[in-house]
Write a protein that binds this ligand. Structure first.
Ligand SMILES: *Cc1c(COP(=O)(O)O)cnc(C)c1O
Length: 474
């Protein structure tokens, strides 16, 4: 088709300004802004022109203006959707690294809101009427809970480790066991952080066994820190050896070195309180002679994203004066959420902290929740093709915490029975369909069935899940 003919057809479409000023245009401008509406219309006009040129449209049976509008609407809707969206976590992984890690307690959320909409004493000492320190907002609480002499917070744990290494060991050697040179998801690698901080990595031992004498032999005049790193997301089993903290502390102190630990997750209560066997709390680590410990706020601690540095006052005071601290500083809403979360610990209200409640939840309660969910699904999803079963699941703490053992959980397996199905839906296609829900639902899969783990479901998730299954199957 010639350009001339195309132009004639395209003239049936009103001009850009007329479209933008129409009721239709105005309503989309209100939703996504004039620039976006205009860009999408221009882009769709170009595609329409190309399709006409390539004879892809039946021009006798088409209203060209309506065609443009219907093509644009899909893009408008996509542009109107928020980029950061709520999703439903039906994976049973409590601290899901890709789904936002820890959820924040209701009371802490309210504190965030208050800090956001009001002025606050973020850096103001109300008693003296002069400048205050934002870090002092949480230091006492952290010291009370962990038994540390002093504490400091930064943006996240990676920042905490970086600050410690660069402020304390730049151009000095930091001794780390080869069994602890870990990479944690999201590209936190101990050797890289070490290099970034300007510290010299001194690897000792082997992957599975490191002895006290390995550390001892590595010590020289240029040594500064013995660093212990929580292996987080893996476990070496079998023929293994690692010195105890008490031994490493003694060795470090005898040689005037700092014994530092990157604890990763930040357990603030004894492991038994969460039924986690063998996990050492921050308090226990410090009791065993660790001078300086760092951990995340949004892993097992169950608060907002933050990095805590706790330990000896003398060392923390050095860090307080280090300029990098300013680049890693914590925002006021995070302080509000963190302080409130710590206060929940002080009051012993562990089950008000969603991460802790989900990890601790009783097996029988999980079973009951799975039974209820299965029953509701069967009530609403009225289709012989669908098989619904209550099953045991293997849940996880996640977030690189507690890799040793899965958490025993319960869930609902949904599959599409091939023997009665006209079209069999594989677990893979069911996973996709659940994800394409208006509120995306992220599930697990096992043995060709979709698995909905109940442990990580929140308030109204159940209704949304059932609505979606109904959409898929009915
Ligand atoms: C998660 C983790 C980090 C990184 O912490 P962020 O809070 O994500 O910065 C560092 N070290 C260990 C051992 C971890 O588990």
């Amino acid at each position: 088709m010639s350009d001339n003919n195309i132009n004639k057809i395209m003239r049936a479409i009103p001009g850009m300004d007329i479209m933008l000023d129409s009721e239709w245009g105005k309503s989309w401008i209100a939703a996504i802004g004039r620039v976006t509406v205009k860009n999408i219309l221009n882009q769709e006009l170009a595609l329409l022109r190309r399709d006409i040129l390539e004879n892809k449209l039946d021009l006798n049976n088409i209203n060209i203006e309506e065609e443009l509008k219907s093509r644009s609407i899909k893009n408008f809707e996509r542009a109107a959707r928020k980029n950061l969206r709520r999703v439903i976590n039906a994976t049973g992984v409590v601290i899901h690294t890709n789904l936002g890690r820890s959820l924040i307690a209701d009371e802490a959320v309210e504190a965030m809101r208050q800090a956001a909409v009001n002025y606050s004493n973020l850096e103001y000492d109300i008693e003296s009427g002069s400048r205050g320190q934002r870090n002092s907002l949480v230091e006492n609480l952290l010291c009370n809970i962990t038994g540390a002499e002093a504490a400091l917070v930064v943006n996240n744990n990676a920042g905490a480790v970086l600050l410690c290494l660069t402020a304390l060991a730049k151009d000095f050697e930091v001794i780390v066991s080869r069994g602890e040179l870990v990479e944690i998801g999201g590209s936190f690698r101990v050797p890289d952080i070490m290099a970034l901080g300007g510290a010299i990595l001194k690897e000792v031992g082997t992957t599975n066994r490191t002895h006290l004498f390995d550390y001892e032999n590595a010590i020289n005049n240029n040594s500064k820190i013995i660093l212990k790193v929580h292996p987080s997301n893996f476990k070496i089993e079998g023929f293994t050896a690692m010195p105890e903290r008490l031994e490493l502390a003694e060795l470090a102190h005898k040689n005037n070195l700092i014994f530092m630990e990157d604890a990763g997750s930040g357990l603030l209560v004894p492991g038994e309180d969460l039924n986690l066997i063998g996990e050492v709390s921050i308090k226990e680590s410090l009791n065993q002679g660790v001078d300086l410990i760092t951990f995340s706020g949004d892993k097992m601690l169950g608060g907002p994203q933050i990095g805590v540095i706790a330990g000896k006052r003398e060392i923390i005071n050095k860090l307080r004066k280090f300029p990098l601290l300013r680049a890693l500083r914590v925002d006021k809403t995070t302080f509000a959420a963190f302080e409130t979360t710590l206060r929940l610990y002080m009051r012993g209200e562990l089950d008000s902290i969603p991460t802790l409640e989900m990890i601790r939840r009783d097996k029988n309660l999980l079973r009951e929740q799975a039974d209820n969910l299965a029953e509701k699904i069967l009530e609403r999803v009225n289709n012989k093709r669908v098989k619904v079963e209550v099953v045991k699941t293997s849940d996880a703490v996640g977030g690189g915490s507690y890799p040793e053992r899965p958490l025993m959980g319960w869930g609902v397996a949904v599959s599409c029975d091939a023997s009665v199905a006209d079209v069999k839906l594989s677990a893979g296609s069911l996973l996709n369909l659940m994800r394409e829900s208006k509120t995306p639902i992220i599930c697990g899969a096992h043995d060709n069935a979709l698995i909905i783990h109940v442990r990580t479901l929140r308030g109204h998730d159940v209704d949304l899940i059932i609505n979606r299954l109904e959409e898929i199957f009915n």
